[in-house]
Write a protein that binds this ligand. Sequence first.
Ligand code: NAD
Ligand code: WQD
Length: 357
Amino acid sequence: TDDKMKGNSTILVTGGAGYVGSHTVVELLNNNYSVIAIDNLVNCYSNGQNEKPESLKRVEKITGETVTFYNVDIRDREALDKIFKLHKIDSVIHFAALKAVGESVQIPLTYYQNNIAGSSTLFEVMAKNGVKSLVFSSSATVYGNPQFLPITEEHPTGQGCTNPYGKTKYFVEEILKDVCASDADWKVVLLRYFNPVGAHESGLIGEDPSGVPNNLMPYISQVAVGRREKLTVFGSDYRTPDGTGVRDYIHISDLAVGHLKALEKMLDPSFASWKAYNLGTGRGYSVLEMVKAFAEASGKQIKYELAARREGDVAACYADATLAKNELNWTATRDIKDMCKDTWKWQKTNPKGFQKS
Ligand code: NAD
Ligand code: WQD
């Protein structure tokens, strides 16, 4: 069938053991792709340096397929080169990065080294081995403080990136544009994620933040499960309907499918150079709307207190997702109820994440 033709290629997935990576690997395997996952285990749980990360063991359980895994750092040129020599890789999906906004302000050089130097090393090894097709995990953070809503791909980038993490996304986008300009063989899709949340419907994989969660959804679900006492709502005086921040939350499995659509797009003979796509639902929800939806999905009361704004936060941010719909044939199919229900299933069956379950 047509669907069978689409897969059948081998995808190298960097950061494949992480949150977005593991969910994308599920969709790849379910659609006939072979996957080589690499990860340096800096932000995922493994039972030992030589063990496959727990997330990927669960992926194998969900799909009944095997994931080839290497504990490799994207900054390790020789180790990367070996992998490209050992496997016939058709395309790369590049997730590996550090992603904590607050931490990036404290240790900017670590972020620039890991996310920028690491990415450019990966691109060099790819080019050397003749692999010039890439999907990059970018972020709505490249748009900075929105000048208009909903945000289209035409919105200026780089201007309002206030933290080093956000700048690494913007800089890597710019590096890739230069690479494409220098060599017509390169094909690059920049996927600008809005706010990924939720978990695989099986409850076997999900987001597993270490320490106190920085992001809203993991925090709410840890309150629901009794690991945290109450949510602190950062700001209730924004110019939004209820005064709290508004974001475009997108189910992780929808986001994952977006990567397969991007791979298919690059096979299109008319696709050349690079193209950026927003991955979001196009609809914003406030912090208090999320709290309410999660309380309904979990049957738990979510205690919260209103507090001051968090530095660097914007009032509202949501996507115009029309371009992805028209050009990638992709659209989000799961709503806020699904996002909360699936997060809760993952949280409740794995209260301490991957480590102690
Ligand atoms: P994650 O931390 O769960 O996954 C990233 C993985 O990369 C981790 O398993 C980590 O161990 C690995 N990694 C980090 N540095 C590495 C290196 N030098 N070499 C090899 N592996 C390395 O994060 P995630 O939420 O899955 O994010 C995936 C990508 O999507 C990142 O690039 C992130 O910046 C981007 N992104 C995430 C969000 C979000 O809210 N989750 C939003 C927009 C963009
Ligand atoms: C969402 C809303 C908070 C926590 C971040 C990165 C962005 C991207 C996605 C990677 C905001 C409020 C949060 C809490 C709260 N990541 N909130 N109490 O800030 O939109 O985006 O993750 O690229 O770059 O900046 O997501 O989940 O942190 O916050 O009230 O304890 O929830 O103020 O309005 P954000 P978030």
